[in-house]
Design a protein around this ligand. Structure first.
Ligand code: CAA
Length: 295
């Protein structure tokens, strides 16, 4: 018998999850849909604001499954089954019979609160609502819910398929059955669920951003990104800081910096260059060529 994770309620309280909803069809949402379909093996429906985005999300999942198949990581049967489990819709009505709906929309409190208000109008009484926020307050997100006891933070890391950790956030009203279900799901998804306090950027990003804050400060002061990256390579990091920034995406990184700055002040500086790069529409810091070259 495996040990119960610290702070996790009795597993017997966990409720079954037979259909999952994912709000948003962006990169994080697509990765979540793939993970749930592949590991939990239940129908997963993705929604977004228009059909083009929905199609992009579903196509992403199909393409990732094809890559796994090409690398012989899954059988042809499993590939077909996984693809068939994932569908898309522009309407949240598609979540009417879901037991667990997770949002991975824009990292803005009011946007997330609006999503949850819309969800509560369509989901069943027992449906669990989860947020993949990386830095916002789960407590604040629950404030206007009719059923705040059903909300839980469920924070994955990029790339979702390979990063083993899952931060599970309990808000003041989250009930034990919801939390037990979150831990049970983490197990089924083959992730290590850890209970973290609802504090700005939780635990991992708070630690990571101390390093990233210094790296982006050096960049702001004139050290070129590739010099900072090269200097840090011998430290044995799995990914150098700017590669990590490019993968996470500048807007998300900026939101995390801002949340931490608001909570802890100058210990967490907000990089002026991230603003500049975002204002100029630069999504990643550079494009990586097929040979690893950067432009
Ligand atoms: N999607 C799916 N699978 C991926 C992947 C991706 N984007 N990138 C790598 N993989 C898979 C590879 O296919 C490979 O799988 P197989 O063993 O089945 O072939 C496996 O991961 C290992 O990959 P590689 O050998 O190519 O590369 P690696 O040894 O450099 O590992 C890595 C890749 C695991 C991503 C590693 O570079 C790493 O750990 N990077 C740091 C990632 C990190 O810190 N993430 C946290 C970001 S912060 C965040 O997400 C929080 C937030 O809220 C903002």
């Amino acid at each position: 018998r495996s040990k119960r994770p610290a702070g996790a309620p009795d597993r017997k309280l966990a409720r079954p999850v037979t259909k999952v909803g994912v709000v948003g069809a962006g990169l994080m949402a697509g990765q979540l849909a793939l993970l749930f379909a592949r590991q939990l093996k239940v129908p997963v429906v993705l929604t977004d604001i228009d059909q083009a985005r929905v199609n992009k999300g579903v196509n992403y999942v199909h393409a990732e499954v094809d890559k796994l198949l090409a690398r012989k990581r899954i059988s042809a049967d499993a590939a077909n089954r996984t693809k068939a489990l994932v569908s898309g819709s522009v309407s949240k009505e598609a979540f009417a019979d879901a037991d667990f709906v997770i949002e991975a929309v824009f990292e803005e409190l009011n946007v997330k609160k609006q999503v949850f208000a819309e969800l509560e109008a369509v989901v069943s009484e027992d449906c669990i609502l989860a947020t993949n926020t990386s830095s916002l307050s789960v407590t604040a997100m629950a404030a206007d819910l009719k059923h705040p006891e059903r909300l839980v933070g469920f924070h994955f890391f990029n790339p979702v398929a390979v990063m083993p950790l899952l931060e599970i956030v309990r808000a003041p009203h989250t009930d034990d059955a919801v939390l037990a279900t979150a831990f049970d799901l983490a197990r089924t998804l083959k992730k290590t669920g850890v209970l973290v306090k609802d504090a700005a950027a939780f635990v991992v990003n708070r630690i990571l951003l101390r390093l990233m804050g210094e790296v982006t400060a050096a960049f702001d002061e004139g050290t070129p990104a590739d010099v900072a990256d090269t200097a840090l390579k011998p430290m044995g990091l799995p990914m150098t800081p700017f590669t990590l920034l490019a993968m996470v995406g500048l807007p998300v990184a900026q939101h995390v910096q801002e949340s931490l700055h608001a909570a802890f002040g100058d210990r967490f500086p907000v990089s002026a260059n991230l603003h500049k790069l975002i204002d100029n529409g630069v999504k990643g810091l550079w494009e990586e060529g097929p040979d690893g070259s950067r432009s």
